[in-house]
Write a protein that binds this ligand. Structure first.
Ligand SMILES: O=C(CO)[C@H](O)[C@H](O)COP(=O)(O)O
Length: 208
């Protein structure tokens, strides 16, 4: 199981400082969608240059023009790029094809997908690398989580790795670990802690 640190509410210097604190306890750094909106793909480039040994995920949440956007994120140094499960099949297949050309991976974010099991089976057959259940901030605010959704995709996905994101904290991590996803994505559960290094270290220990 791998641990991904999601950075959503920082600028580039803050992101670098934060990763420095926890780098030995994480596998992947996510440049979150708000960071990409504020800073562009420069943020991906800056983090990859500063931490060449960590994988970098560009959370572009692609919906269209997938081949082009995957190409640009790949050129910036992203190792993994996200596309939405609600995107057209043609977009997801285009993302996979472009990522393969660059030796990169595609993570499908299943946020807001209604028929989770059905769509997970479909995107799994398109050759994507990760399928991720995700409760976004807006639904976290009304107490939702993706723990059951993780079980749903685990029961139908045959080829891709499975992942989970959205409000995971130290207290809820055991419930996630029980279901054995391949990738656990944590933002505020680390960045919102006074001792970020300790939180990341504890999570890494629980995951392993
Ligand atoms: O993609 C995201 C929001 O759209 C976040 O990066 C993801 O939800 C993880 O952050 P947190 O653990 O703080 O919810």
């Amino acid at each position: 199981m791998e641990l991904q640190l999601a950075l959503d509410l920082v600028n580039i210097p803050e992101a670098i400082a934060l990763v420095k604190e926890v780098e030995e306890h994480i596998d992947i750094v996510e440049i979150g969608t708000p960071v990409v909106i504020n800073e562009g793909l420069h943020a991906v480039k800056a983090i990859k240059e500063a931490f060449p040994n960590l994988k970098v995920l560009a959370d572009l949440k692609i919906m269209d023009a997938a081949g082009y956007e995957v190409m640009k994120a790949s050129e910036a140094g992203a190792d993994i790029i996200t596309i939405l499960g609600t995107a057209e099949d043609m977009s997801i297949k285009g993302a996979v094809e472009e990522a393969k050309k660059h030796g990169k991976k595609i993570l499908v974010d299943m946020i807001a997908v209604k028929d989770l099991a059905g769509r997970a089976k479909e995107v799994d057959a398109m050759g994507v690398d990760y399928i991720c259940v995700h409760t976004g901030y807006d639904l976290q605010a009304i107490g939702k989580n993706s723990f059951e959704d993780l079980q749903t995709i685990k029961s139908v996905v045959k080829n891709a790795k499975t992942a989970i994101a959205g409000g995971i904290k130290l207290e809820t991590l055991p419930e996630v670990v029980k279901v054995q996803p391949d990738l656990v994505i944590v933002g505020g559960g680390i960045t919102g802690q006074a001792d970020k290094k300790a939180a990341a270290a504890k999570m890494q220990q629980m995951i392993n």
